[in-house]
Write a protein that binds this ligand. Structure first.
Ligand code: GEK
Length: 243
């Protein structure tokens, strides 16, 4: 996906408003996420491979908080199972329009429905694969359990949830170290200290990370029988949860 270079936080801003997935962010999103999330491309590739293995015939694969559809495109490329439908959902209309535009440019035999909706409000049915790739972190903590219960109930036997999140740690030394390493990663990708610190302020109270332990406990409470990290790069991890 080609996109403009992210320079949203390059100049000093008098007031930093809360981060939103608006037109401005959408226009630079592929560049922003690549340069901000360590391991993003690896995770996207793996989501396709997991879908290839877990997509069941005549079932749905959900991409919740799909943004411009990177995970959906990766699943669509890999799935060989008969009669699968990808259902991609995002509540940013700018993201949904951008995704629909890309879909028109790259047609394929696997249907993709793109819905503009809050993922807490949609029904999940007949699902073999559910992807939450860096989305749950934007859902208020109080809503997370009920939302994961809904996903678990919508999954078929043998279904999986792929949950990628920014993590926090119980030990404060780890928080400091991993946060510093993430900032070094962003600097190596060309972001300045000003960009890093202004973006951090914008995301405060918008992106709420939790520890792996809390995620694992909640997934279990929601009905998943197993949840393990399959990938981690500093404070960014991806979890596979089995129904
Ligand atoms: C990727 N998965 O490229 N309902 C629907 N969408 C939501 C909600 C909600 N309640 N809250 C946030 N979003 C993508 C990347 S980005 C991660 C996901 C990031 C959407 C929001 O509009 C945005 O598009 C996405 O979740 C999070 O694999 O930018 O750090």
């Amino acid at each position: 996906m080609n996109s403009l270079k992210d320079s949203i936080y390059a100049n000093p801003l008098g007031e930093i408003s809360a981060f939103a997935f608006d037109e401005k962010v959408v226009s630079v999103f592929p560049d922003m996420i690549q340069r901000s999330v360590p391991g993003y491309s690896t995770i996207i590739t793996a989501i396709g491979l997991l879908a290839k293995r877990y997509a069941q015939p005549h079932s749905h694969c959900y991409d919740l908080g799909c943004s411009l559809g990177a995970a959906s495109f990766s699943m669509r490329e890999q799935i060989e199972t008969e009669n699968c439908r990808i259902i991609a959902v995002d509540n940013s209309s700018a993201m949904v329009s951008g995704f629909e535009k890309k879909l028109r440019q790259l047609p394929s035999s696997i249907p993709v429905d793109v819905l503009c909706a809050d993922i807490r409000d949609i029904s999940i049915e007949n699902a073999s694969v559910v992807v939450l790739n860096f989305t749950l972190q934007f859902i208020p903590i109080a809503d997370r359990l009920a939302f994961l219960e809904k996903i678990n109930q919508g999954l078929l036997p043998g279904g999986i949830l792929i949950l990628s999140e920014k993590l926090k740690f119980d030990d404060d030394r780890q928080n400091v170290l991993q946060t510093d390493m993430h900032h070094l990663f962003k600097k190596a990708k060309g972001y300045t200290d000003l960009e890093i610190s202004q973006k951090r302020t914008a995301l405060e109270n918008v992106l709420i990370p939790e520890t792996f332990g809390l995620h694992q406990q909640r997934l279990q409470q929601a009905g998943f029988s197993s949840a393990e990290v399959w990938f981690q790069y500093f404070n960014f991890a991806s979890i596979i949860a089995l129904k």
